[in-house]
Design a protein around this ligand. Sequence first.
Ligand SMILES: NC(=O)c1ccc[n+]([C@@H]2O[C@H](COP(=O)([O-])OP(=O)(O)OC[C@H]3O[C@@H](n4cnc5c(N)ncnc54)[C@H](O)[C@@H]3O)[C@@H](O)[C@H]2O)c1
Length: 285
Amino acid sequence: MSYNLLKGKRGIIFGALNDQSIAWKVAERAVEEGATITLSNTPMAIRMGEVNALAEKLNCQVIPADATSVEELTEVFKNSVEILGGKIDFVLHSIGMSPNVRKKRTYDDLDYGMLDKTLDISAVSFHKMIQSAKKLDAIAENGSIVALSYVAAQRTFYGYNDMADAKALLESIARSFGYIYGRERSVRVNTISQSPTFTTAGSGVKGMDKLFDFSNRMSPLGNASADECADYCIVMFSDFTRKVTMQNLYHDGGFSSVGMSLRAMATYEKGLDEYMDEDGNIIYG
Ligand SMILES: NC(=O)c1ccc[n+]([C@@H]2O[C@H](COP(=O)([O-])OP(=O)(O)OC[C@H]3O[C@@H](n4cnc5c(N)ncnc54)[C@H](O)[C@@H]3O)[C@@H](O)[C@H]2O)c1
């Protein structure tokens, strides 16, 4: 159902790889809400993924760019302004990758060259994106820039590895740049902290299925899906959130505020039973 929330707005969506990608859902919803958009991803992702099919479906163009390259990002903004016929109203940064996670290097055995890549791709790219756009004055007054984050930026989650550090940096960049861009151009910058979601990037996290189940049981509203995340992004791009900036916004069914839920407690107790003797002594912790 469309509410025309983005009627007449122009946007750039970074990070749609396949129809599971959060960015894919956001692109579809943005067009449904009346926006015109361009898509961007790495040349490799464009070749290996399905972004061209999405572009065809949404009648929009794909501009290749590695988000660690300032030159390529600058081209994305220049071309998008030209193609869409004016300044950009909203941008989605939906990009994340950790070579350490991919190569199964644990947090106490990180490869530092790979850590540099994790931080560059997953966090510094957000700074590069905003700085490139600002230098070109490519974002319209009251524009909205959103990046996707995860609660591992605040609290430790087994298996999330160096992506936790990348997300902490990503959220900090949203605050630091949000201050400058807000003051000078009324452009808002926020991060949305999303529930675990089964996507290509999400499935790379160690123990993802258990993490998904745990957070689903802990959240009073259950995990937020990729489609629901897209809805939230649309609201953040719309004129209804013009005074929201420099925030990390939890979109997680309440997970981040819960200490222990009834559903999680019941599962925990059931699990413990299996490890207790008849007197209730725990055999295995
Ligand atoms: N899936 C989850 O559980 C979850 C939860 C919270 C936040 N997020 C975040 O959501 C965002 C989108 O991830 P997703 O889950 O939709 O997975 P996804 O794998 O569909 O998307 C990740 C995207 O990053 C792109 N990318 C990787 N390296 C790049 C580079 N150098 N330059 C440009 N693009 C590059 C990939 O091509 C891909 O399109 C990420 O920031 C991720 O950390 C995901």
